[in-house]
Design a protein around this ligand. Structure first.
Ligand SMILES: [Zn+2]
Length: 448
């Protein structure tokens, strides 16, 4: 019998499949309270989440993403979800057969936080009834986490969980560098950058090859990408090889374009002696350190940019005068760049469990386009309460619908629209590749 060749159309998933489900509201119907002076921000958290899970959460897109195929797969059904429930209850090993099941559960439990875990050999909800050893993780996206709290020693504007547009630039440069490295050095294509809703970004690497990596391979990738080493006690944390390999060279080019603005202007890190002492500790030559320190103490009002110029020219002249001592000269050759790396290169961790939404008083998790991440401002990302305000404002201002006009999805009435569109496009990209692979496989089958 002739093998059946599926055409693109057979496997095509209708674009409307990607639209979030929208259903009529029941008890959760949001009415602007009349004359009470209350608004969405005063609603109890569980009610806010109820409306969010009922009207806005893009179930189908999440389902398509985590399923990685046009037909249902274990990638979704055997995937672990974990929920934070009220009263600090954390529930692991939840799993669902469909996006409808996921929706029903979210509406029932109203978790304040959802974590996406690994795909297991067996459905996580059946874990208890399987024999020990049969339940093992088989795959998981490679996920990186960049957390602003790891930048506290190099930012002056904020600390801890706080983020402003100045220190957010560290995230911008981290995305630029890692996105290029993951694509150019590892050949990964499906990188989903996500604002975590509070103080950092996650990168989900969704390529099949990445999902199937062993733990050792994951650690090796992290090690390859880690340039900053050592804890708070270690003053100099970057030691570059004498000749930069192409990946470091490319990162250096990106850093050079961000360092003057972020470190010298926005953070103004050479402004006071506390800041410049730290930077001077990165220079492994006492004479150079002393010359600069004396000059800046004599005229501390010079700007950070001026002081940086002093530092670079002092390094140059030290290298020149150390010609007879090539070892000491060599030690100084990369120092300018090493300081730039130490103050702008991404500080990253592999994240084992990664939340997709943490709704309690936070902003919503949204994707970030790495090509446009310099325009991303975390303060423009809505909170759940903002979204409900927007929905209410919209419904109080509905234009008369023309005949044949498509009914808008609720998310399209909110500022979440561009983010969900971006997410849908990302998932469509994965699906295009799945379809192409299937087509190639069926043509291959036919040749035998
Ligand atoms: Zn800040």
């Amino acid at each position: 019998m002739e093998p059946e060749i599926k055409t693109e159309d057979d496997m095509h998933v209708d674009a409307s499949e990607f639209q979030p489900v929208e259903e009529s509201l029941s008890a959760m119907q949001l009415e602007q309270p009349q004359g009470t002076g209350l608004d969405e921000r005063d609603m109890p958290v569980h009610e806010l989440m109820g409306v969010f899970y009922q009207r806005i959460f893009p179930y189908k897109t999440y389902y398509h993403w985590l399923n990685y195929d046009t037909v249902p797969t274990k990638s979704f059904t055997n995937r672990e979800f974990s929920f934070n429930l009220p009263n600090d209850v954390y529930v692991r090993y939840q799993s669902f057969n469909s996006h409808e099941e996921l929706k029903a559960e979210l509406l029932k439990e109203l978790p304040s936080k959802i974590d996406i875990g690994a795909v297991y050999t067996i459905k996580p909800k059946e874990k208890k009834t399987t024999r020990p050893g049969a339940f093992v993780p088989v795959e998981k996206e490679l996920v990186f986490d960049i957390d602003m709290t790891d930048y506290d020693e190099i930012r002056k504007c904020c600390s801890g969980g706080n983020v402003c547009i100045k220190c957010w630039q560290f995230m911008t440069v981290a995305i630029k560098i890692l996105d290029r490295a993951l694509r150019d050095d590892f050949g990964f294509k499906y990188l989903l950058w996500v604002y975590s809703g509070r103080r950092g970004v996650h990168c989900w690497i969704c390529d099949e090859r990445a999902r199937k990596l062993s733990n050792e391979a994951r650690s090796a990738i992290i090690a390859y990408l880690s340039v900053i080493k050592g804890g708070a006690q270690q003053a100099k944390k970057v030691f570059l090889p004498k000749a930069l390999h192409p990946s470091l060279q490319r990162s250096a080019d990106i850093l050079r374009s961000y360092f003057p603005q972020i470190v010298l202007k926005d953070q103004d890190l050479l402004n006071d002696d506390e800041g410049w002492k730290k930077i001077l500790q990165c220079i492994p030559d006492e004479e150079t350190r002393k010359t600069l320190s004396d000059a800046w103490n004599a005229d501390p009002s010079r700007t950070s940019t001026d002081k940086w110029t002093d530092l670079v020219s002092e390094l140059d002249s030290a290298i020149g005068t150390l010609k007879k001592n090539p070892k000491r000269a060599d030690a100084l050759k990369n120092v300018e760049l090493e300081i730039m790396f130490q103050y702008t290169y991404p500080r990253l961790d592999e994240n084992v469990s990664t939340h997709i939404n943490h709704l309690l008083k936070r902003r919503v998790c949204v994707p970030i386009d790495p090509e446009k991440c310099e325009n991303f401002d975390p303060h423009e990302v809505p909170t759940v309460a903002d979204l409900l305000c927007e929905l209410n404002k919209y419904s109080g201002n509905v234009p008369v619908k023309e005949e044949g006009e498509r009914k808008l999805h609720d998310y399209e009435k909110t500022s979440l629209k561009p983010y969900i569109k971006y997410f849908e496009n990302f998932v469509q990209g994965i699906f295009r590749e799945v379809r192409n692979k299937k087509r190639a496989a069926s043509i291959n089958d036919m040749e035998f």
